[in-house]
Design a protein around this ligand. Structure first.
Ligand code: SIN
Length: 296
């Protein structure tokens, strides 16, 4: 007789620890194996740590794509990225982030994250959080930076806070698409069906985290095109000021990847940026993206 699988409810505790980084955000979770069942109490601790530190690093996770998907799904439904060309075969919930080309064809999105952004802010329901799992890493470069948008909001002058609090901004997936495609001709030409999936969304310039109640700046150089109801020159000047402020070094944690790191960040609290990989070196990561609620 084969043993019944241990359910999430009665699985033994994994006795892990959470070690905050000496950085504005981020913590390492030590002693947790994502491939093993995680009971509800342990899961609640991970959830609390995620809310407190905004980015969690789980080292050396030897997980399959399905285990990556299953763990991600415990936080919410998963996004299917509009660039279906870069889905992992048989796992459409995974977007391949990679600069590798096989037989001249890109296997993944090679320039993901080249501008600061929060994932999927261009849709009415942007992402709650994303989980990136390192499959193959370059010997140099390839870091990912995370900027705390709660600190960015809290450190604005009261006058600027008051000015931007009621404002809304448009976010568009297409904002930089053609510019990126001109630099990276391997980027696919979007079909009309893909364009229809990413109609621009209007979002609050300052959002409130639905679980912690903390306010965060919510504009990005990648996707935010304009402040609604402001003349273009005023909108451009205000956005330039907010973009520069939002990524000041004192808000940033820089992640240096190790093989099989699984990094889970909160898109409601952070923006992130891929620092870049030298062209001759190979980098490949698998990403799941959890769908979030409507920002308010
Ligand atoms: C992303 O923006 O999801 C990719 C980040 C990275 O490749 O470091």
């Amino acid at each position: 007789m084969t043993a019944a699988p241990i359910s999430e409810v009665d699985a033994p505790s994994q006795h892990f620890e959470v070690h905050p980084f000496d950085a504005p955000v981020g913590a390492e979770v030590v002693g947790l194996d994502i491939s093993k069942p995680i009971n509800t109490e342990d899961f609640a601790r991970i959830h609390r740590a995620h809310l407190a530190h905004h980015v969690l690093v789980f080292r050396d996770q030897q997980i399959t794509p399905q285990e990556h998907i299953d763990f991600s799904r415990r936080f919410g439904p998963l996004e299917i990225h509009v660039l279906h060309q870069f889905q992992l075969k048989n796992h459409p919930e995974i977007l391949i982030v990679s600069n590798i080309k096989e037989n001249g064809e890109p296997i993944g999105l090679g320039d993901a994250g080249v501008y600061w952004h929060s994932d999927i802010s261009y849709k009415p329901n942007p992402s709650l959080g994303s989980l990136l799992h390192a499959q193959e890493l370059p010997s140099e470069g390839g870091d990912t930076l995370f900027a705390d948008q709660h600190l960015a909001w809290e450190s604005l002058s009261p006058e600027l806070q008051q000015r931007i609090l009621p404002l809304k901004a448009e976010h568009s997936y297409l904002a930089k698409y053609e510019e990126l495609r001109a630099k990276n001709p391997w980027r696919p030409k979007l079909s009309q069906a893909q364009i229809d999936q990413v109609a621009p969304a209007v979002q609050p310039v300052v959002r409130t985290h639905p679980e912690t109640g903390r306010k965060a700046l919510f504009v990005s150089e990648h996707f935010t095109t304009r402040i609604v109801d402001l003349p273009q020159d005023e909108s451009d000047a205000l956005l330039a000021e907010l973009f520069a402020h939002s990524v000041k070094p004192e808000f940033v944690y820089r992640h240096k990847w190790a093989l099989h790191d699984l990094v889970f960040w909160d898109n409601r609290s952070l923006m992130h940026l891929a620092a870049g990989t030298p062209d001759h070196l190979r980098r490949r990561l698998n990403r799941t993206t959890i769908v979030g609620g409507t920002p308010f």
